[in-house]
Ligand binder design. Sequence first.
Ligand SMILES: C[C@H](N)CC(=O)SCCNC(=O)CCNC(=O)[C@H](O)C(C)(C)COP(=O)(O)OP(=O)(O)OC[C@H]1O[C@@H](n2cnc3c(N)ncnc32)[C@H](O)[C@@H]1OP(=O)(O)O
Length: 142
Amino acid sequence: MSGRVDAAAGEDPRVGTLVVHRRYVDHGHAHYAGGLVDGAFGLALFGDVATEMCIRTDGDEGLFAGYADVRFHAPVRAGDVVEVRAELVRVGRRSRDLDLVLSVVARGEPTAERPGASRPVDPPLVATTARGTVVVPGPDPA
Ligand SMILES: C[C@H](N)CC(=O)SCCNC(=O)CCNC(=O)[C@H](O)C(C)(C)COP(=O)(O)OP(=O)(O)OC[C@H]1O[C@@H](n2cnc3c(N)ncnc32)[C@H](O)[C@@H]1OP(=O)(O)O
């Protein structure tokens, strides 16, 4: 897995912070016909990228409070390489809202002759999107 963080200007200086992870979808995750991966796999990756976001913005792993508007736009398959992005879009007192996107950036195309054949997916295929809310600890009482 790789990670990258950028910050952009916003009302709260943390708004616009971006965290990106990449991950190979190993064949142990294939759950349905055709190597299809279950939707919960993507939600677990959203949890990981949200955790790094909380670490970056608040010095704590945070806790996921909920998801809104989870959408599965396209399948994720074993052998894919996926990119997961979290962008901080709102900072509350202890809550933080994240826009979450999982895209397929490479996909396996195995054949009998070349079982390892795979190609980059360009532009990336948006597979799953959601809005998530995480909660971090409040400031220590003085
Ligand atoms: C990102 C993680 N590292 C990885 C995970 O995925 S953790 C695994 C899944 N999550 C959990 O197991 C968390 C279980 N839930 C809890 O522990 C608690 O419910 C909570 C910590 C998430 C919230 O509890 P509490 O601290 O008592 O909340 P409040 O004091 O009432 O509210 C604090 C702020 O959070 C907002 N909020 C609370 N619940 C929700 C919700 N379901 N959806 C959206 N927002 C929620 C609440 O509005 C407060 O916001 P502000 O502080 O005013 O900004």
